[in-house]
Design a protein. Structure first.
Length: 341
């Protein structure tokens, strides 16, 4: 049989081809290894930086390890959990749900060290863990029955709500989904739905064990955010009989772009401003002089002062912007102070 010589490859050519393939494979492996080493060194550098920052904030190595490990597992930036409350709460919640033996006391310790144990009134709640103890609320059952309740206690897993006095429930509430609604002073109305996991009694009171949730619905009660201030103010009230304006000295104790709360000492309060009274406010804010018309919408009587909630009327856009920018800066400043505690 005649040999098919054309199928033969020169020995040198085969060796060259194999050497080329080997070189390509080796080069690709080198790139992969180099990329792995680069990512490893980058991760190591980030981790060292994270642990240094965590230490500066007072966290122990164990606490820093928890935040680093579970931030990575949860797919979050670990540094955000050191700076902001919302990502911190998400990460520690993931830790408490998935760790073999989670330590609640470490979470509470971290929250205090990072300044996340207090939420300023102008910062919206992100979790039911932020609800203050003794907060009152309304609990709605599926049969439309409503009960007055108060937050009796809480830990990292549950809220413990108790029914207020003179109320009783005839049937077991365990396993029932309920709706809870409450008003947070200076913020808004919050509602959430959860299932009662367990009930118990303490001191004769019924205690409802309800898991924490991040699913809070917020309804803002104010059109504009406000901050507390201490601004001297002159309050002008028009006297229809004399045609003159009477001026009273007072103090603005909180302000927003839409209105303010003005407090007047009892000895200065010669005129009753309640009942939708029109007033003029003269004050200075950040070097800007204001002469604003306002109408009284609320009255808060105290022992030594009477405070009035006023709404600005026909305020100029440029005046409103000055107040709005001031409020925004003050909120950011206060938030930074809270974080640095």
């Amino acid at each position: 049989m005649q040999k098919l010589s054309f199928l033969k490859f020169p020995t040198a050519g085969v060796s060259t081809l194999l050497a080329f393939i080997f070189f390509i494979v080796a080069f690709l492996l080198f790139l992969a290894l180099a990329g792995f080493i680069r990512e490893y060194l980058k991760e190591k550098k980030l981790k060292l930086s994270f642990f240094k920052e965590a230490s500066e904030k007072g966290l122990t190595e164990e606490e820093a390890t928890i935040l680093w490990t579970y931030s990575r597992k949860f797919g979050r930036d670990p540094f955000l959990s050191l700076e902001f409350k919302a990502p911190f709460e998400r990460v520690v919640d993931f830790y408490l749900r998935t760790a073999p033996n989670p330590k609640e006391e470490l979470v509470q310790d971290m929250r205090m060290k990072l300044g996340f144990d207090y939420v300023p009134y102008f910062v919206p709640l992100t979790s039911t863990k932020d609800i203050e103890l003794f907060q009152t609320a309304k609990l709605y059952l599926t049969d439309r029955k409503r009960y007055e309740i108060a937050l009796f206690d809480k830990d990292e897993r549950f809220m413990y709500w108790t029914l207020l006095e003179s109320q009783s429930v005839k049937h077991d509430l365990t396993g029932i989904e309920v709706k809870i609604s409450f008003i947070r002073k200076g913020d808004g109305i919050y509602t959430f739905k959860e299932t009662i996991r367990k009930t118990s009694r303490e001191g004769g009171k019924l205690i409802l064990h309800i898991p924490h949730t991040f699913e809070l619905t917020r309804y803002q009660r104010r059109e504009y955010p406000r901050v507390e201030v201490e601004l001297p103010v002159s309050v002008g009230v028009y006297d229809g009989k004399t045609g003159k304006v009477n001026w009273i000295s007072g103090e603005i104790v909180d302000i927003s772009a839409g209105g303010a709360k003005v407090c007047i000492p009892v000895e200065e309060s010669k005129i009753d401003l309640s009942g939708a009274t029109d007033v003029t406010l003269r004050f200075k804010l950040n070097g800007h002089e204001f002469n604003l018309r306002a109408i009284v919408v609320n009255t808060y009587r105290r022992l030594h002062t009477t405070c009035y909630g006023v709404k600005f009327e026909n305020i100029l856009p440029e005046d409103q912007k000055v107040i709005h920018d001031f409020v925004k800066r003050e909120q950011q400043r206060i938030a930074q102070l809270v974080i640095k505690k």
